[in-house]
Design a protein around this ligand. Structure first.
Ligand code: DGY
Length: 320
């Protein structure tokens, strides 16, 4: 196998990726997270190892040059790629599904419990000395997961992993919506419904669909006008699925009980953002897949995908 030039667009990529790639490739690592510097670094690359939010579009692909034929993204989501442009250039493209399902589903369940049981508010009471010092049976009451109706928007691998976990909490019903009814839904005992029914009936709504033209800002004021006032929204997908102003209004006006968000707009969130001030919001800084084992597995899979494609074989997890 010839030696190929691979550009790794992030200096924090786990070592395992280098161990795999360097047997057959010369690696250049982008050390600065700016578009301008990455545009220079990609010049002449045969393959890109992408672990970056920087958009891969015509300009970046032109900068890389026509020899670029392989891209592996160390993520399951790939909304930062101009897919039509990649396809038009015959670039082989793969992502990292499956290996992050457990980590992301775990954080989704954590957010559901933390938001429904008012963790942010409780923590503030402790910090601010407003933890009342007598037993008030009505203080800090939350919503129950047990017996609740769960609505999952997007029953892909992560949505399924969330459903599996929630069954262990003895939830009442699991509803899901998406393009079509899925055999996995039947195995999970989950019922396929339309979006409108899911919004109206769910006590917990999990956003587990990818960001695309159909899902962009799907949670808008119309959406929140139909949710139960006791409902909890959990988002582990992408912030842009939500019209954040509409969400904030719903949370402030009691149209929605609480939200648990691993993703938001923008990222990083500005420190004066209204979401941070709300007691009924639990936030984590887009760390769904951030465990040692998961990030190593994602790096390993991305490196192996790239090597496979450079060698003319199909990637382990191709998008196309
Ligand atoms: C993913 O894998 O898509 C994570 O959200 C990181 O962006």
């Amino acid at each position: 196998m010839n030696r190929f030039k691979v550009v790794v667009a992030n200096p924090s990529v786990p070592k395992i990726a280098y161990d795999i790639l360097q047997k057959h490739c010369d690696i250049k690592t982008s050390t600065v997270f700016s578009r301008a510097s990455i545009l220079q670094d990609v010049v002449g690359a045969d393959a890109l190892f992408w672990a970056s939010k920087i958009r891969v579009d015509k300009e970046l692909l032109d900068a890389a040059g026509p020899q670029l034929k392989v891209i592996g993204t160390m993520s399951v989501g790939y909304d930062q790629f101009d897919i039509d442009e990649l396809k038009a250039r015959g670039i082989k493209f793969g992502n990292t599904p499956a290996v992050l399902n457990n980590a992301v589903a775990n954080i989704a369940v954590m957010l559901a419990i933390a938001a429904s049981r008012r963790f942010t508010e409780g923590r503030k009471h402790i910090e601010e000395g407003t933890w009342i010092n007598y037993f008030n049976t009505q203080w800090m009451l939350g919503q129950d997961l047990t017996g609740s109706t769960i609505g999952i928007i997007g029953l892909g691998q992560i949505g399924q992993a969330i459903a599996k976990r929630l069954k262990g909490f003895d939830v009442g019903n699991i509803l899901y919506t998406g393009h079509k009814e899925k055999p996995e839904g039947i195995e999970l005992g989950a019922k396929f419904v339309n979006l409108d029914n899911l919004i109206r009936e769910s006590d917990f709504i999990f956003l587990a669909a990818p960001l695309n033209n159909q899902t962009y800002q799907m949670c808008n004021s119309d959406f929140f006008s139909k949710t139960k006032k006791t409902a909890v929204l959990v988002n582990i997908s992408r912030g842009q699925l939500v019209d954040q102003e509409a969400l904030i209004t719903a949370l402030k006006t009691g149209r929605l009980f609480a939200a648990g968000l691993d993703v938001m707009t923008p990222e990083p969130l500005n420190t004066d953002n209204e979401l941070i001030k709300l007691n009924n919001v639990v936030l984590t800084p887009h760390v769904g897949s951030a465990t040692n084992d998961t990030r190593n597995a994602m790096a390993e899979l991305t490196a192996k995908n790239i090597l496979r494609a450079l060698g003319g074989a199909e990637m382990f997890t191709p998008v196309f």
